[in-house]
Design a protein around this ligand. Structure first.
Ligand code: CTP
Length: 408
């Protein structure tokens, strides 16, 4: 079996709670799985479990003070932070969580946390009322926002007789959280590493006059979710964005080219595809554009009825399809009827390797939603149907499908 903890450097931070005795079991499990573990304990933690036990289990002296008592040697939290592939704080008391959330660096555990370059997992342990307190809730939320993984504590009975949470999760569950984290990293680093991908997203706006346009309801959510997913899997990603929802964000490291019209999008996509391995057309491109866009605002008194003549826009996917060679080209199809037939027809006509179909007949699918329900067709004749999921999860399914095309 693949063991994702083998050879990993883990800093185990222990703070002062009854659950500290469980940390010895946690430490033993981590070591058994092949991890190298350095224990950092708070002064209070030592009241609950002896450094001697922890040193024996980890095979390393336990770090607690900024200076080693006997030699006066300076313990470098910065070095520890750099050494660690993962830091686990278990148990994390209300006080330790509060200090972590607010950067109160008055012990070695907190300074190490502030220097940690990689993921941190926190297993809280405290009295149930303390866990429920708004102050703790705020601090836990802050840690989550800072990217910390919280292993939710277990339930127990409050003094009032009601149930609440607070008991530290079992060591096995904490180990599982660590394993899941490393597996995710491995998965993400694996399949799209070294690939250059360009993704179009959002609507296009076609100007009628300087203040009016023809557009559509596309938000760009699906394209942005896919861009972030591909980037996290190691791809080099460029997004060609139409006028998307302003609240959408891309991971730092993703290039973004903003365009407005279909013609601008075509230019940008052509240029990027020439230096990419994969192009994904997630944008909802306007099929028609005003034949004679005006430089001046159309005045209402000019005429009683106004006829706008539209001309066809270029089909960007089809244009890229003509020149794709060995590269991969992926399209989307948003349909209201004859979904499968239309999607397969588009894949063929535009010379795509894969098409992601979403039907407007499915509730929660398509534009302006946070969810989507898709069927993915690939040019090798395979068809994958998925249930309704968040766009982030759909992005992961699409990336999986892209990755199978790459190894073909
Ligand atoms: N597409 C494109 N350029 C266009 C229109 C669409 O590149 N001018 C791309 C879309 O980004 C999508 C795929 O083609 O990946 C299918 O888009 P869709 O609007 O469903 O299909 P159309 O070809 O426009 O067909 P129709 O509107 O008739 O359904």
């Amino acid at each position: 079996m693949n063991n994702s903890l083998n050879g990993k450097h883990i800093v185990l931070g222990i703070s002062g709670g009854i659950a500290a005795y469980k940390s010895a079991f946690l430490l033993r499990l981590l070591v058994k799985k092949g991890a190298e573990v350095q224990v950092v304990i708070t002064p209070n933690g030592k009241e609950f479990i002896t450094p001697a036990t922890l040193a024996a289990l980890s095979g390393k002296p336990v770090v607690s003070e900024f200076f080693a008592a006997n030699t006066g040697e300076w313990h470098s939290h910065v070095d520890l932070g750099l050494w660690a592939d993962l830091m686990i704080v278990a148990p994390a008391t209300a006080s330790t969580i509060g200090k972590m959330a607010n950067g109160i660096a008055d012990n070695m555990l907190i300074t190490t946390y502030l220097s940690a370059k990689e993921q941190v997992i926190v297993a809280p342990a405290m009295d149930l009322d303390m866990w429920a307190h708004p102050s703790t809730r705020r601090n836990v939320e802050t840690l989550k926002k800072d990217g910390v993984i919280i292993v939710e504590p277990q339930s127990g009975f409050l003094a009032s007789g009601l149930t609440g949470k607070g008991r530290m999760e079992e060591p096995e569950a904490i180990v599982e959280a660590a394993e899941t984290y490393f597996e995710e990293i491995e998965r993400c680093n694996r399949d799209l590493k070294g690939r250059r991908i360009v993704i179009s997203a959002g609507p296009t706006y076609e100007n009628i006059d300087p203040v009016r346009f023809i557009g559509n309801y596309s938000s760009g959510k699906m394209g942005f979710a896919l861009a972030n997913e591909c980037y996290r899997r190691g791809a080099d990603v460029t997004v060609v964005a139409g006028p998307v929802d302003r609240t959408l964000t891309l991971d730092a490291g993703i290039r973004r080219i903003d365009v407005v019209s279909a013609t601008e999008m075509l230019e940008a996509m052509k240029e990027e595809f020439a230096i990419s391995d994969i192009a994904v057309m997630a944008a909802a491109v306007a099929d028609y554009t005003p034949a004679e866009p005006l430089d001046r605002k159309i005045k209402r008194e000019h005429t009683d009825d106004l006829v706008l003549r539209l001309v066809k826009n270029p089909d960007i996917a089809a244009e890229l399809g003509k020149e794709k060679g060995e590269r991969l080209l992926i399209g989307f199809a948003l349909e209201t009827d004859n979904e499968f037939e239309n999607a397969l027809g588009k894949m063929k006509r535009k010379n795509l390797d894969m098409i992601v179909l979403n039907s407007l007949r499915d509730k929660g699918a398509g534009m302006m939603t946070d969810t989507n329900k898709v069927t993915i067709f690939t040019s090798d004749g395979k068809e994958r149907r998925y249930p309704l999921k968040s766009k982030k999860e759909v992005a992961s399914d699409i990336a999986d499908a892209i990755s199978t095309l790459l190894v073909r």
